[in-house]
Each structure stands twice: as C-alpha cells, then as structure tokens.
Design a protein around this ligand. Structure first.
Ligand code: TNX
Length: 540
C-alpha cells in the first residue's frame, strides 16, 4: 500500500513539474522546444516592425499595455523589449517565438502570424494578461523556449445562427474574441432563416420589418406538445448595413474573415412572409414559429424570384469582402415545386427528368444553385453550399460544406470539389455535451461531448492524397433554436471550442486528449478571467 501511495505521489509530482514547465497552450503549437532557464517579462515593452502593418502594430500595443498594467507595480520598469520582427519567408499564418534568458523575439510575416504569436504568449502568462488587472505578485516569467507554429488547416470556422435567436453586435464581437483566442479564422454568419431575417437589405426594407418578427415561439420541442409562448420575437433584431460593416472590420482586426449565409431556396419563410409572391402558392405565409423544415420554399420557376435573389445578393457582396458567399441549399423539400405550374414549366424548359438517382425537382434546385454561382462569379465571389447541393448536379465551382456526417464531404472531394467538414456527428455545438440530459439546458438532441469533438479526424484513411488536398478545413456550428440567451451560448461553446481548435490547428501527432485535459485547467482560468460560462464535465 505504502509503495502504491509513494508511487502516486511521485506521479503527481511529475505532473506538477511538467505543469510548471510545459507550454499549456491551446491549440498546441506545432513545435515547442523548452530549454533551461527563464526570463521575466514583467514591465517589458514591445517593438514592432512597421512592415507587419498598422493593425499588427496596434495589436502588439494592446498586448504591451495589458502586460505592463498587469505585471508591474506603479512606475515599474524593465529594460526588456519584446521584439516583433518581419520574417517574409514565413507563410501567412505562421509565427515563431524565441525566448532566451535575455531576449524575446517573435517572427511573423503578416497580421495573423502576429496575432497568433500574441495569443500563444498570453496563454503562457498569468491570466491577468487578459484583463490588464494588476497582478504584480504573479510569476511573469516565460521559460526559455523555441516555438515554431502554423496551422494544419487553412479554414478554421465557427457558425453562429442569429435567425432562430438573435445576438447583438457586441455579442457577435465577443464571439469573435473567443474565436481569436483559439486561432480560428472564419466566422460563418447564418443571417437568414425561416424564423427571422436579420440583415438589412436597402432595396427590400420590409425584410427586416416584417421578416424579422415571428408572432410567437414554440415552447420546448414539438414532441413536448407545450404549445407556443404567445410572445412576439424579433422586432428590431437585425443588423443595419452599418453594423454589418462594423462587425466585418472588427473581425478583420482579429484575423477573421466573415462569410455570410443567405440560405436558399429553402429556409426562406421569413422572406415569403414578407413577399408572398416569392412562393409557389402565393401564401399567406408567416415567419416560422417552430423549429424544423418548412414545405414552403422559394418558387424558383418564376424569373422574378431570381431577380429578388440577385438584388439581395448584390447588396450582400457589397457588404462582405470575403471570397465566399454561403448560399445554404440545405433541407429544401420539393413538394411545392411538384405541383407548381411555374416550377414545372421551368423543368420542362430545361428538359429535366427523374432518373434513378434524383428527381427532376432535384435538378431544378441544381439549376438555381448554378445560376446563383454564375451570378456571384460576376462579382468575383465563389459559393459554399451545404451538402444537399450534391443532389442533382453539383455546381461546377462550388465548395461543399458537409453537415450530414462526412459522406457528402468525401463524395464532393472525389468529384474534385473543395470541402469544409462540419459533420453534425462531431461539430454540432447545439447538441448535448453530456449523457445525462436532465442536468443540461434543453438542446436539439444528439450527444457531442468534448471528447467526441476532440477525437474528430477530418482526413479519413479511405481518402487519397489528392482527395485530402480538397479538405480546406473544419467548422463547428452553433444553431440557436434552443439557445435563447448569451449565457447558454457560452455554456454550449466551452470547452468544446477549445477541443475544436486542436482539430483545426494541430497535426494528429501533436494531439493528445490527456494532455488537452491537463491544459484545460489553465484554459478554464482564462474562461473565468473573461467572465465566461462553461460546461465543467471535463474540468475538475
Ligand atoms: C439542420 S445544418 C439545419 C439547421 C438546423 C440544424 C439543427 C443545416 C444545414 N440545417 O437549419 O438549425 O439542423 O441541428
């Protein structure tokens, strides 16, 4: 017994030692070589090569101010200068940090490299670095270390659904702060859906008047049969174009690109309720009060519907500098099209027929996707669509976002299309995090604990090297049917976002779930410093 206790104590001391010297950074850097010695950065100043750009200079300044305020007593001085140098040979998202007993040198070639180096250093310092709250008694030393880092995947995304429940500009910015903390670089903004239209379109102001508001909202799930809450939702819950620009600029300063989604031709009830002539039956329609899939979709047989879409998308292209526009394409039932004279005439005109794989109506959706792709190409944009766009005939240059598991993604890569993996089986943050649902906030269903997110390998063995090269990256989705408020959103996000970031950033050989769990002890302190709500199943 004594031996066992002694052995456990020994193991614990090892753990303690390693906790002191390990670089507990999430996501884990590609290469970390720790050597003897350390260097105090208390009261240090920073200097930045101006070739790294104004935004990088400002980000370093911000870091410097927090470091100075948090680490030094009044008038504290230190001769140390943390130097941010230009390394033009590095790729866009790459950086290095080199700490000796006398110097700290950071190298990068762009804003993103600088931002990622700062995030890494912040995680190596006491959590007061996040707030700048004075903490002069903390240990502000960095171990002597050589860190060389760059991401595994170029696309590291996170979706926010603001249609089902709305999150305001300040909250959206905070969401992006969380992304930046984890080195994510793409914010997928799901701006429209059946339950509310949330982006101002100058040509159709009614979309955010009528289309933003639902009469009431279902309580709980359909199956619960609890009825509706009787309370209108959504008035004023939309972003003006000015606010959209503000968010896009804010994102850019954090190294994040914003990809807007206008979900079409399904998930369009908010638009149909506003302009019933956009539908096959002419309505009346109402902004959806429940969750699920509506049979009523855009009537794509009418040319006027295409004009509407082009007008909306023209304004969207003006607002978002991203290369991609997400055009949805998911969950579009075909029943209305089957009995719509306009849609059937279009099918005849285009010569579509049912075949063993698809119906003529599937091909009709492909036609819409292709037309929108061609239209957006005239604006220099490419499309992303959910994996349903593979049904019928996939638009030639479309990037496919695989959400119904990974099958669609694999099939698309085989066809030579670029792919973003966002499988609901691993990456849906609206699913439960724990088996015992009774203690969890009401959710969509599913079971996606942190370990499951962490275990996701986006490049399955069954794919060839060439096919793998089409997987641009990974995204998690935060669908907000049951996420009614910010506190719940944070709870559903953390710590799964931390796990996701290692899937997106780290080479498989640098991933280790046990190490990740250990690192979460420090990350949890960061969540707390930032005042975040988080799920504690794997912490403590
Ligand atoms: C399916 S994922 C949807 C969303 C829902 C989600 C709920 C996708 C492309 N469509 O509209 O919010 O399930 O999990």
């Amino acid at each position: 017994m004594r031996i066992i206790v002694g052995f456990i104590a020994f193991l614990l001391s090892l753990q303690f030692l390693s906790a002191k010297t390990a670089i507990d950074v999430i996501p884990c850097p590609a290469s970390v070589v720790v050597s003897e010695g350390k260097l105090s950065v208390a009261g240090a100043r920073c200097k930045t090569d101006s070739r790294l750009g104004k935004t990088a200079v400002a980000a370093v300044k911000d870091f410097e101010e927090n470091l100075f305020r948090a680490s030094t007593v009044k008038n504290g001085k230190s001769g140390l200068v943390v130097s941010f140098e230009m390394a033009s040979e590095m790729s866009d998202e790459e950086y290095s940090i080199s700490v000796s007993e006398k110097t700290v040198v950071v190298k990068a070639s762009s804003l993103k490299g600088v931002l990622y180096a700062i995030e890494t250093m912040k995680q190596m310092l006491p959590v007061a670095i996040y707030t700048g709250a004075p903490a002069p008694k903390e240990d502000w030393s960095l171990p002597c270390v050589e860190i060389k880092d760059k991401p595994r995947f170029a696309y590291r995304g996170l979706l926010l659904d603001v249609s089902r429940h709305f999150f305001d500009v300040e909250q959206v910015k905070k969401y992006m702060d969380f992304m930046a903390l984890h080195k994510l670089n793409t914010f997928h903004w799901h701006l429209t859906d059946d339950q509310g239209w949330r982006v101002e379109i100058k040509k159709y102001p009614e979309l955010t008047q009528k289309g933003a508001v639902r009469k009431e909202t279902i309580i709980g799930r359909w199956a619960d049969k609890k009825g509706f809450d009787g309370t209108p939702y959504g008035e004023g819950m939309w972003y003006s174009q000015e606010q959209i620009r503000e968010v896009v600029d804010y994102a850019a300063s954090k190294g994040i690109e914003v990809i807007p989604e206008i979900d079409l031709p399904g998930h369009m009830l908010a638009a149909l309720a506003t302009y019933p002539e956009l539908g096959c039956t002419g309505g009346p329609y109402e902004v959806c009060r429940w969750w699920g899939v509506s049979k009523d979709v855009l009537c794509v047989g009418k040319e006027s519907t295409m004009v509407f879409l082009e007008n909306v998308l023209s304004e969207i292209c003006e607002l978002f500098p991203s290369k991609y526009i997400h055009i949805g394409g998911d969950e579009c039932p075909k029943v209305r099209w089957q009995s719509c004279p306009h849609c059937q005439a279009k099918i005849r005109e285009l010569g579509y027929r049912d075949d063993i794989n698809h119906t003529a109506e599937h091909y009709l959706q492909s036609y819409v996707t292709k037309r929108i792709e061609d239209f957006l190409a005239t604006k220099g944009k490419s499309i992303i669509g959910w994996d349903e766009i593979l049904e019928g005939e996939v638009a030639p240059d479309a990037t496919v976002m695989s959400w119904r598991g990974t099958k669609g993604g694999i099939a698309a890569a085989r066809l030579g299309h670029d792919v973003i993996m966002a499988p609901n089986t691993y990456c849906y943050f609206n699913y439960y995090q724990a088996k015992d649902q009774s203690k969890e906030p009401l959710a969509r269903g599913g079971h996606t604990p942190v370990s499951k997110v962490y275990s996701y390998e986006p490049l399955p063995d069954e794919m060839t090297k060439e096919e793998k090269s089409h997987i641009l990256g990974v995204q998690a989705c935060m669908w907000s049917e049951y996420i009614t408020d910010w506190g719940t959103l944070e709870y559903m996000l953390f710590p799964r976002l931390s796990a996701l970031s290692e899937v997106q950033w780290c080479e498989p050989e640098n991933k280790n779930y046990q190490t990740f769990i250990r690192k979460m002890r420090h990350m949890a302190k960061i969540y707390e410093a930032l005042g975040c709500n988080y799920a504690t199943h794997i912490i403590n």
